[in-house]
Design a protein around this ligand. Sequence first.
Ligand SMILES: NC(=O)C1=CN([C@@H]2O[C@H](COP(=O)(O)OP(=O)(O)OC[C@H]3O[C@@H](n4cnc5c(N)ncnc54)[C@H](O)[C@@H]3O)[C@@H](O)[C@H]2O)C=CC1
Ligand SMILES: O=C(O)CCC(=O)C(=O)O
Length: 389
Amino acid sequence: MAIKIKTMNKISNKGLALFDERYEVGDEITDEDAILVRSAKLHDYPMGENLKAIARAGAGTNNIPVKECADRGIVVFNTPGANANAVKELVLCSLFLSSRRVLEGIEWTKTITGDDFGKQVEAGKKQFVGPEIEGKTLGIIGLGAIGVAVANAAVKLGMNVIGYDPYISVNAAWKLSKWVKKAASQDEIFQEADYITIHVPANDETKNMINAKAINEMKPGVHVLNFARDALVNTDDMIDALKKGKVARYITDFGTEALAHTDNAIVMPHLGASTPESEENCATMAVEEVMDFLENGNIRNSVNFPTVVEPRTTTYRLCIIHKNIPNMLAKFAGTIAKKDMNIENMVNKARGDYAYTIIDTNDLSEDITKAIEKQEGVIKARIIAKALF
Ligand SMILES: NC(=O)C1=CN([C@@H]2O[C@H](COP(=O)(O)OP(=O)(O)OC[C@H]3O[C@@H](n4cnc5c(N)ncnc54)[C@H](O)[C@@H]3O)[C@@H](O)[C@H]2O)C=CC1
Ligand SMILES: O=C(O)CCC(=O)C(=O)O
């Protein structure tokens, strides 16, 4: 029986081509084993009993009910860093667009007619003067894959860069230019920066982080960039600040109709990751994650379960998704022993309220998954035979 993969949004063919003849892939698929998605909202999507994995070909997973998926034993993946360069380039482009009044100048130039075109251009261009970014201070909130890439590039462009990220990963810290100054708080960024760009996930902590109170702390004439998520910026407060001139420019990938029609707002149609390179990277990584999980039970780059990657050495692999509560392993070992199965290798890892156990064996008892699933705290059990793959 084919393994069914449902695609939502446009997933690059470079990634989809990795699925071989054992897979059935498409946007019409039902009763799917896995979903590949970009920005489509899955909060109200009816997830079937057969669904084992959802891979977000991208970074943000706020379009997926991650916690509910964990409760149902559905592993949610993303593709960390795979689209960071695309976003970095658009942020750099936006730093320039927010400073130099290029877009307005181009639109104005289209309105000029007549033999004295050149004369009119020279006379009118003074309305489009804008500052250079070199020597100005860029404040970055969130120093992950995108924030670090933006920070390092801005340093090379001659900006003074300050960054704030209380949860910065060791990996990101290694990559960050030594010229980036560490801010002790978000307020420090708001108070010191001429340009502010945010690169954090949308969650309860970051929601509304740029609101009237935050804007009030910022320098007059500040430029704000939001290529992260709409929920991070209070749009009404931003429109008000643009009208009053407190914010000189706001450039975002996440607009509203009102914002798009506000002077000094530049609203893009969520283009951050829209490059062929990024779409290919994200799709390839997402497909590899899904295939390795479905075929080997390995979990890499999940946002709701721990990383567990083990080479296959036996004929059968029992994969158990369960609650992170005491005595689970003893119960699994007892059940397996009762079924006359011998454990060759066992790995267990926990993440928050959830845990994942892989048990490798060369024996199979037909009803082992049912017996394991009967135990309190077990969410889902699956046996994968190596011979099938
Ligand atoms: N416009 C677009 O098309 C795209 C938008 N995004 C958005 O950008 C976000 C960031 O993407 P990546 O850099 O790839 O993710 P990442 O996970 O590599 O980095 C996020 C960083 O934010 C930090 N962070 C979390 N909470 C914070 C807080 N309260 N204050 C300061 N820092 C905090 C984390 O420690 C981490 O270093 C994504 O979650 C997504 O929403 C990502 C890719 C494309
Ligand atoms: O897939 C896309 O175009 C959007 C990418 C994005 O927003 C993300 O990766 O968080």
